[in-house]
Design a protein around this ligand. Structure first.
Ligand SMILES: [Zn+2]
Length: 498
């Protein structure tokens, strides 16, 4: 795709002025090269240039009325069929192709239980047809490695089982591996336990054998699949505290380590680029860019940026995407967690992506399929003014569910040339109204959806009246709009049902 992604090309061809409409949102991201033979047509620069979905295979459910999807969590077993896996992601990739979403991250892309390499190849073909980048989620010291689950030499657990001295250990030299039981407690696993049900296994990043395994696995991945790129992580479920790791690190690390990222991301990027120079490489930070102000010695997942993070960011490979987490600074209303000017990100050869867990069951008061326009707008506005060029949301829920559909369309619209200021009202007027029976109906839809917000439980008293109001308007609506309203009525009813 070169330096112009598909959205840029569409906007270049649309060729309408933007600058004056941007308002307070500063323009960020890399300059877009002039792409038109007509010099009078100025290339357009939009506040957001890159849009992505983030998914786990086991929770992605775009092919409807099939068995086995999870509605929550990571590292679950896969419960659907190979055909469902293919159908789920084919539908998702085709939607992205039609709605200007540039890339889809798949965690669990390679599993024996949904067809391994052959299924992944078929999805790479669909992605190519749609001009969407398929990105494989790859844990470097955790999360299964390149081949997430199965009998492959590039599966991290197989690698560690064969050489148990390469496992990560805690400060006492014990295993850091664990599984999660039925009520959510961590259960420690011995180093030699057999995987399945899925456990969390960790490798020591200081061991050269593990570093070589990462490089070799990534080279194999890109030799065998026409991927658009990778999202890489070093792991946020515990770090190795062996003497090699302790001697190497200058700073504290608890659930994840900035210094481990600085060690592993460059060698992973080198391996990927040795085979696929144009691959997108998305490096997770587990952090918000606002400087962290205690009380923990090392900030945890979703907390602000560690004081020593910039040192590590300097060592990240150039031209990668650096991915950050918005949630704790987005919707909790915590006075100690405010995104200020100190939370700006620096270009310096890095491209920045903000993601949030809105519309999922991943905590922070959200639920799967909620209508989260307000939060997505705030996230995009703050990201643009803080130097970001990319936005990522979870994409596991089918847009048949209207809450997810509206969120996804907002991802497509906010920060674009049509809505550079990410104005939710403009979105409702232009994008939601035609889907929901006109502007007045669309405004009511968003207001009624807000009655489910867990932060304001008293609002749920208004749900019965809202359902009555929905029922009275259904006969006058076109069928597709009525279907969307039925989704809302039923969703609201589920909160009032005893
Ligand atoms: Zn170690």
């Amino acid at each position: 795709m070169g330096s112009l992604n598909r959205r840029d090309m569409l906007q270049l061809s649309a060729a309408c002025g933007l600058g004056a409409a941007i308002g307070e949102a500063s323009v960020s991201g890399p300059a877009i090269a002039a792409g038109s033979a007509d010099e009078s047509v100025k290339p357009k620069q939009t506040p957001i240039t890159t849009r992505m979905f983030w998914t786990w295979d086991h929770s992605t459910e775009w092919a409807l009325n099939r068995l086995g999807a999870h509605t929550h969590g990571s590292c679950n077993e896969y419960g659907r069929s190979t055909q469902s896996f293919l159908d789920d992601y084919t539908a998702l990739l085709r939607w992205c192709g039609r709605h200007d979403v540039d890339a889809v991250v798949v965690w669990g892309l390679l599993r024996d239980s949904h067809g391994g390499l052959e299924s992944a190849k078929r999805l790479c073909d669909v992605a190519a047809e749609e001009n969407v980048r398929l990105l494989c989620g790859v844990g470097l010291n955790a999360y299964g490695g390149v081949y997430y689950e199965g009998d492959s030499p590039y599966n991290l657990e197989r690698h560690l089982q064969a050489s148990p001295e390469l496992y990560a250990v805690d400060a006492e030299g014990n295993s850091t591996n664990f599984s999660i039981d039925a009520v959510g407690n961590r259960v420690r696993l011995s180093n030699t336990s057999t995987p399945g049900p899925r456990g969390f296994y960790h490798a020591c990043p200081s061991r050269p054998e593990n570093q070589e395994f990462v490089a070799e696995s990534l080279e194999w991945l890109f030799k065998n699949l026409q991927l658009g790129g990778v999202q890489i992580e070093t792991g946020d479920t515990g770090v190795c505290q062996c003497s090699l790791c302790r001697d190497r690190r200058k700073h504290p690390a608890d659930s994840f380590s900035w210094e481990d990222m600085a060690l592993m991301y460059p060698l992973a990027a080198d391996a990927v680029r040795s085979i696929s120079p144009d691959a997108w490489i998305l490096c997770e930070t587990y952090s918000h860019p606002e400087p962290y102000i205690g009380p923990k010695a090392a900030p945890g997942f979703g907390d602000g940026k560690a004081a020593w993070a910039d040192e590590s960011l300097e060592k990240f490979p150039r031209e990668v995407f650096v991915q950050w987490v918005a949630d704790r600074y987005l919707r909790q209303g915590d006075p100690d967690r405010v995104w200020t000017d100190k939370g700006r990100v620096s270009g310096k050869g890095l491209r920045h992506v903000m993601r949030a867990h809105v519309g999922t069951d991943w905590g922070w008061g959200a639920f799967r399929g909620e209508v989260a326009l307000e939060w997505i707008a705030k996230m995009v506005q703050q990201s643009v003014s803080s130097g970001f060029e990319g936005i990522a949301l979870f994409g596991e829920v089918s847009p048949f569910h209207t809450g997810a559909e509206l969120n996804y369309l907002a991802l497509s619209d906010f920060g674009s040339s049509s809505n550079p200021g990410s104005d939710p009202e403009l979105f409702v007027e232009r994008v939601a109204a035609p889907l929901l029976g006109g502007l007045a109906n669309a405004s009511d839809f968003v207001r009624f959806a807000g009655l489910m917000d867990s932060r304001f439980p008293e609002k749920r008293k208004e749900i019965p009246a809202a359902i009555t109001s929905i029922c009275t308007r259904l006969p006058s609506l076109p069928p597709d709009a009525a279907r969307r309203w039925c989704w809302l009525a039923n969703k609201l009813a589920s909160f009032a049902y005893v």
